[in-house]
Design a protein around this ligand. Structure first.
Ligand code: ZN
Ligand code: ZN
Ligand code: FE
Length: 753
C-alpha cells in the first residue's frame, strides 16, 4: 500500500485493566494480533494496557484475550470502542505515553508454574530437583525487589552471577526464561542448607532437604524459609508434634494453617467448592479456609474449619513428596514481626524450632501468606500485594495509615490504591519499625510524595503520633465510616447508601466503643442511624480478653441483683470476681460503654460455656459462630429484642434475650439451637432497624470483621435482599480492620478537596 495515501478504516480501541503490566501481557497481545492477522499497536499506560486493532478477526482476538492470557495476568475490565482511524501496516508494541512508566510496576509473588514443576521432576533436566527453579511466569517478585525498575541487579538475586547456560536462556527472546530476573540453577543460584537451631551446620542442597524430611517425620519442629518469611513446620498428622508446637509457641487454641500435598488430599478431610479449588491452585496460592468433614481437634480446637494451602514453592513440592499434611504456620514470636532473616531465625526461634532449613537468597520484604475465607480476605498479602485497586477518583497525594490491629496502610497514585502488606498489630517498636520501612519503600517505589495523611480518629492509636511525625495534612476518619466506605469504594459506588458495620471495637464519635452500626452516607459524609444499645464493659481490655466478664457486666447492668444470681449460676466458681464486676458496673468504675457485635457474640459464647477466656483475637466469637458451619438454617424463632429511637438514633436492646437464653439452657435446649436463635435475633434486629429508615436508597453495604461469620453474612444478606435491598459486599479488601486503610484513603481524598 502507498504509505503516503491517508485512508481511514474501522478500528477497535481496547483498554484492559487489572494486573496486566510486568507480566508478559504485551508480547502475548502481539502474538495474538499476529495469529488473527490484525494490525495496530499495544501500549502500557497509566490506567491499563491500550490496544488498537484493525482487521477482520477482532472478535476471535477478544475471546482469546480473556481466555488465553498469561498465567500472571488478572483481567478486571475490558473496555471496547469502535471508531475509525488511519490504517496501520503492521502490529507493534509502542512505548508508553508516560516515559518509563511501564517499568515502575511492582510485580507480585507467584506460585511455581506447571512448566517449571515438570522440569524440576524430569531427571534429564539440568534443574532436576533444584528448589529455586523459576521463569517469567512464576517465583518471587515483590519480596525480593530492592528498587525499581524491576531488573535483576536491583533484586536480592544481584549477588548471584548467572552461569553461561542461564545467561543464554535469559537473553534468548524465544526462551520462556527470557528476562526472568530470578533465573538460577544449581551451578549459579541459591542453595538450601539445614542447621540445628543452635546454628550447627548439618547439610546442604538435596541432603538438606532429605534431612528436613527425616526430622519432620521424627516429630521435630523445623523453621523453613520460604518466599516472604519463615514458616514453622511439623507433621500435622503427628498430634504430639502439634501439641509440642502449641506449647512452645504459647498458642493453646489458635488454629494452625496446614499445607496439604494435593487437592485430592485436601478433599479427604475438607469440602472444596469450585471457587475454593480455583483459589487453592491459583498463582496467588493463598491459604483458603475450608469447612472440615470432621473436626481436627489438635489443629483447630473447637472449630469446624481449617486454613489450607497447597505447595507453592519448588521446595514445598520437594518436601510434600513425603507428607500428606504439614503444619505451616508463620514463624513469628507474639508481638514481633514475622521472622524473615537468618539472624532473627536463629535467635527468636530458639526454644521453638529444633532445626532450620534456610537458603541464601535474602528476603527483602517480608510478606505473610494471604488468607481467604468464603471469598473474603482475612489477610491480603502474598500474591496480592502490591497489586493496585482501581477507583473512580484521582487519589494522588493520599496515604492512609490503617488501624491499630491487623494493620495495613494504603497509598494513592492516580486512579489506583495500593494496599500494603499485612503488618499486624501495632503493639511493639519492632512492628512500628516494620510498618515504617514498608511504607517508606512503597512510597519511594511509586515516587510519590503524599501530603494528605488519613488516620483513625482513636486518640490512642499509634498511627496518630506517626501521622504527626510524617508532617502534612492529617485527616481523622471515624473507624466505621472507613469500613463502610471501603465496601462502597471497592464496588465503585459513591451514591448515598446504608451501611451495616459489625465488628469488634472501634472508637466512636461520642467517645464510646462502637461496633454494631447502621449508618447512611458515602465518602463525603455519614450519619449514624442506629446501633446496639450500650452496655458497660467492666474492666475494659480485660473484659475483651476474658469475655465471661463482659457477660457478667451485661447481666448486672440489665438485671441488677437478679443478673448477679444468673451470673453465679453460669460461672459458679467465679463468685468473688462477679461481686467485684457488679460493683464496677454499679459504681461505673472502669466500665466504658460499648455496643459492638464482636463483644455481644463474645458474651453469649462465654454465657453458653463455649469460651470464657479468649487465647487469641476473637476466639470466643469465632468458636460460637463455628457451631453454625454445618447447620442447616431452620428459621428458628428469634429471641425478643426491642428498638427505641433515642435523639433520632435507633437503639437495639437485647436485654430480654438473656433471660430467654437462660430459660432455653434450663429447659435443656441444645446449644446449637440456642446459637441459631441468637443469630436469628441479630438478623431480624438488623433488618428491622434498616426497614425503619426512610432515606432515599435501597442499597446496603456490609462491612466489619464480624462478616467473617459466614452464617451471619449469608443469612443477613438473604434477609435484606428479601426485604427489597441491594446488598454490597467486599471482594478485594478484607471486611475486617485489614481493609480499613482503603476506606480511610477514599474518605480523606474527598474531605481534603
Ligand atoms: Zn515457572
Ligand atoms: Zn545457572
Ligand atoms: Fe473494625
Amino acid at each position: 500500500m502507498d504509505q503516503r495515501q491517508i485512508r481511514t478504516v474501522t478500528t477497535t480501541k481496547i483498554i484492559v485493566r487489572g494486573r496486566v503490566q510486568g507480566v508478559g501481557f504485551r508480547p502475548f497481545v502481539a502474538n495474538l494480533a499476529k495469529k488473527y492477522e490484525l494490525n495496530g499497536t499495544v501500549q502500557n499506560n497509566l490506567d491499563g494496557v491500550y490496544i488498537v486493532l484493525q482487521g477482520e478477526k477482532v472478535a476471535s482476538f477478544l475471546a482469546d484475550l480473556q481466555q488465553k492470557a498469561p498465567r500472571l495476568c488478572r483481567i478486571d475490565e475490558v473496555e471496547v470502542e469502535t471508531t475509525t482511524s488511519a490504517s496501520f501496516a503492521s502490529f507493534s508494541i509502542i512505548p508508553s505515553e508516560e516515559h518509563g512508566f511501564s517499568r515502575l510496576v511492582i510485580p507480585v509473588d507467584a506460585a511455581v508454574c506447571p512448566d517449571c514443576l515438570q522440569e524440576m521432576n524430569d531427571p534429564t533436566n539440568r534443574r532436576y530437583r533444584y528448589p529455586f527453579i523459576t521463569c517469567t511466569q512464576c517465583g518471587p517478585r515483590y519480596t525480593m525487589i530492592q528498587s525499581l525498575p524491576y531488573d535483576r541487579e536491583r533484586t536480592s538475586m544481584a549477588t548471584f552471577s548467572m552461569c553461561p547456560n542461564c545467561e543464554q536462556e535469559y537473553t534468548d527472546s524465544t526462551n520462556r526464561r527470557y528476562h526472568a530476573e530470578p533465573i538460577a540453577c544449581e551451578t549459579c543460584g541459591p542453595v538450601v542448607s539445614f542447621w540445628t537451631i543452635e546454628k550447627g551446620h548439618l547439610a546442604d542442597g538435596e541432603a538438606a532437604i532429605q534431612e528436613t524430611i527425616r526430622q519432620l517425620q521424627a516429630g521435630a519442629i523445623v523453621a523453613i524459609k520460604g518466599i516472604g518469611g519463615y514458616h514453622l513446620a511439623c507433621d500435622a498428622t503427628n498430634e504430639e508434634a502439634v501439641y509440642r508446637l502449641r506449647v512452645r509457641k504459647r498458642r493453646p487454641n489458635k488454629p494452625f494453617a496446614v499445607m496439604a500435598a494435593s487437592l485430592a488430599e485436601t478433599r479427604s478431610f475438607a469440602y472444596v467448592s469450585p471457587e475454593e479449588e480455583a483459589l487453592l491452585t491459583s498463582s496467588e496460592a493463598p491459604i483458603v479456609v475450608l469447612d472440615l468433614k470432621q473436626p481436627f481437634h489438635a489443629l483447630a480446637p473447637q472449630l469446624q474449619t481449617i486454613g489450607v494451602m497447597l505447595p507453592y514453592t519448588p521446595l514445598h513440592h520437594l518436601m510434600m513428596e513425603k507428607f500428606s499434611l504439614l503444619v505451616m504456620t508463620s514463624a513469628n514470636v507474639s508481638g514481633l514481626p514475622m521472622v524473615y532473616d537468618e539472624q532473627a531465625a536463629f535467635t527468636q526461634l530458639l526454644g521453638i524450632a529444633d532445626f532450620v532449613l534456610t537458603h541464601n537468597r535474602p528476603i527483602v520484604h517480608p510478606l505473610d501468606d494471604s488468607v481467604v475465607k468464603k471469598g473474603l480476605f482475612l489477610r491480603r498479602a502474598r500474591g496480592y500485594v502490591p497489586d493496585g485497586l482501581m477507583v473512580d477518583v484521582d487519589v494522588n497525594q493520599v496515604v492512609a495509615l490503617g488501624s491499630q490491629q491487623k494493620n495495613t496502610f494504603a497509598l494513592g497514585r492516580n486512579n489506583q490504591v495500593f494496599l500494603g502488606p499485612h503488618i499486624g498489630d501495632l503493639q511493639s517498636q519492632e512492628v512500628m519499625d516494620h510498618f515504617q520501612n514498608e511504607l517508606d519503600h512503597i512510597r519511594h517505589w511509586m515516587g510519590m510524595d503524599h501530603s494528605i495523611i488519613a488516620v483513625d480518629a482513636h486518640p490512642g492509636f499509634a498511627t496518630q503520633s506517626l501521622a504527626t511525625q510524617m508532617g502534612g495534612e492529617v485527616v481523622e476518619v471515624q473507624h466505621h465510616h472507613a469500613h463502610f466506605v471501603a465496601c462502597l469504594a471497592e464496588n465503585n459506588v459513591d451514591t448515598l447508601s446504608y451501611g451495616i458495620i459489625l465488628d469488634g471495637t472501634g472508637y466512636g464519635l461520642d467517645g464510646n466503643i462502637w461496633g454494631f452500626e447502621c449508618v447512611y452516607g458515602n465518602a463525603a459524609h455519614f450519619e449514624r442511624l442506629g446501633h446496639l444499645a450500650y452496655t458497660p464493659l467492666a474492666g475494659g481490655e480485660k473484659a475483651i480478653v476474658e469475655p465471661w466478664r463482659n457477660a457478667v457486666s451485661m447481666l448486672v447492668f440489665f438485671f441488677g441483683e437478679e443478673g448477679k444470681q444468673m451470673a453465679y449460676e453460669r460461672f459458679p466458681e467465679k463468685r468473688a470476681a462477679i461481686d467485684i464486676i457488679a460493683h464496677m458496673v454499679e459504681k461505673n468504675l472502669n466500665a466504658p460503654l460499648a455496643g459492638t457485635c464482636g463483644r455481644l457474640f463474645d458474651a453469649v459464647s462465654a454465657f453458653l460455656g463455649l469460651c470464657e477466656v479468649s487465647t487469641y483475637d476473637g476466639e470466643a466469637a469465632i468458636v460460637l459462630s463455628e457451631q453454625m458451619v454445618h447447620y442447616e438454617r431452620k428459621k428458628e424463632r428469634p429471641y425478643s429484642f426491642s428498638m427505641e429511637r433515642v435523639a433520632g438514633v435507633d437503639e437495639i436492646n437485647v436485654k430480654s434475650m438473656w433471660k430467654e437464653i437462660m430459660a432455653d439452657i434450663n429447659t435443656g435446649q441444645t446449644t446449637t439451637t440456642i446459637i441459631a436463635r441468637f443469630h436469628e435475633t441479630i438478623i431480624q434486629a438488623i433488618v428491622c432497624m434498616v426497614k425503619r429508615q426512610t432515606k432515599q436508597t435501597k442499597q446496603v453495604a456490609l462491612s466489619g470483621g464480624s462478616f467473617h461469620n459466614e452464617y451471619l453474612r449469608k443469612h443477613l444478606k438473604e434477609a435484606l435482599q428479601q426485604a427489597g435491598y441491594d446488598v454490597l459486599e467486599h471482594k478485594q479488601v478484607p471486611p475486617s480492620d485489614g481493609g480499613l486503610s482503603f476506606g480511610q484513603l477514599m474518605i480523606a481524598k474527598g474531605r481534603s478537596v
